[in-house]
Write a protein that binds this ligand. Structure first.
Ligand SMILES: Nc1nc2c([nH]c(=O)n2[C@H]2C[C@H](O)[C@@H](COP(=O)(O)OP(=O)(O)OP(=O)(O)O)O2)c(=O)[nH]1
Length: 322
């Protein structure tokens, strides 16, 4: 006799999740009130998206209902799915960078402003806690370009990184350099990142040229799209990857990477003959992304807000990093 397995299929619930920033870079945390599943757990404010409502409208409604503030500006970040015993949820994370009103707890819940990687709040909802290191990553990535001239690149990176009050990723990527010139550039970049406390990433193609000269991998790898697909370097620490398609974005998530870099948004001198995808296509590609995505291609740090309005985590730049 075969056993009858009683499986109840829980529907996937869409949830609007608001990461609300204040001018000090802190975010708004709320404690789930009594009567809800996971009461007493900290979360970002938000709630279920009603039928035909849309995520942004749901987010505005929930912030008003829960905390009496009106979100006025923000943009999509990324999605994540999680299966709880009470529900299967699809969290639509949004950044909110402008709102009206002073938060006050309309559901008798505790709330507080705290840093994104808030280690002093506990417990945090199980789907939200593992996301925090991804959310707290730098929003600017500078790519090296010593191959176009050592002195000019060294000076540009030095003047950009010294005295910078925010954290950035510095990706060491040198397609044109080999031998001593490559090692000299690497040593300068490594020492500068150490001195300024910035996080260095090593492009996987450049690592292939450098690895015989180094004892070990000195920092996490940034994978080229080809290395992402080939599955290479699975035994090494990989932070992120370059991608050009929805399939590669999905693969970057499946490989457990912390970010992807998607482009090119605008046509650039470094990729002659390639037309940019533009912001509309960028947004169409990232809307199903399950990890933070940097926009790249003819962008400067002054494009950060525009990029974030279109679903980017941040911007990656070559020569425009000043
Ligand atoms: N708001 C929010 N919800 C989260 C986060 N992380 C996370 O797993 N969730 C889950 C918990 C819940 O299962 C679901 C949100 O549903 P909810 O019950 O709070 O939604 P709601 O406010 O519309 O509730 P209700 O009116 O139906 O009582 O999403 C988060 O950071 N913020």
């Amino acid at each position: 006799m075969s056993a009858i397995v009683n499986t109840v299929v829980k529907p996937r619930i869409d949830v609007a999740v608001a990461v609300v920033f204040n001018t000090h870079g802190q975010v708004l945390w709320a404690c789930r009130p009594e009567g809800k599943p996971y009461a007493g757990y900290w979360e970002f404010p938000g709630g279920k998206v009603e039928a035909a409502e849309g995520v942004w409208r749901a987010l505005v409604r929930e912030l008003k209902e829960e905390l009496d503030i009106t979100a006025t500006q923000g943009g999509p970040w990324f999605l994540i799915e999680h299966d709880y015993e009470h529900a299967n949820v699809r969290l639509h994370l949004y950044r909110v960078w402008a709102f009206e009103g002073d938060p006050r707890p309309l559901e008798k819940q505790a709330f507080t402003w705290a840093s994104l990687d808030s280690s002093d709040l506990s417990p945090i909802l199980p789907a939200t806690e593992p996301l925090l290191p991804k959310l707290a990553q730098p929003v600017l990535m500078a790519l090296s370009n010593y191959g176009a001239g050592f002195d000019a690149c060294a000076k540009r990176l030095e003047s950009a990184l010294e005295g910078l009050h925010t954290s950035v990723y510095v990706q060491f990527r040198e397609k044109a350099l080999q031998g001593d010139a490559l090692i000299r550039a690497y040593e300068h970049c490594y020492a500068l990142c150490q001195k300024t406390g910035q996080s260095m990433l090593l492009n996987s193609e450049t690592w292939l040229s450098l690895r015989e000269s180094l004892e070990a991998l000195p920092c996490p790898l940034h994978l080229t799209e080809a290395h992402l697909h080939s599955g290479e370097f699975a035994n090494l620490q990989c932070a992120g990857a370059s991608v050009h398609s929805a399939a590669s974005l999905a693969l970057a998530f499946d490989r457990g990477l912390s970010y992807a870099v998607l482009g090119t948004v605008h046509a650039t001198a470094s990729h002659p003959g390639q037309s940019g995808m533009g912001w509309a296509q960028f947004q169409a590609l990232v809307q199903a992304a399950r990890l933070p995505v940097f926009a790249i291609g003819g962008l400067a740090s002054s494009d950060l807000r525009m990029a974030q309005q279109h679903g980017a985590h941040g911007v990656a730049m070559l020569s425009q990093f000043k």
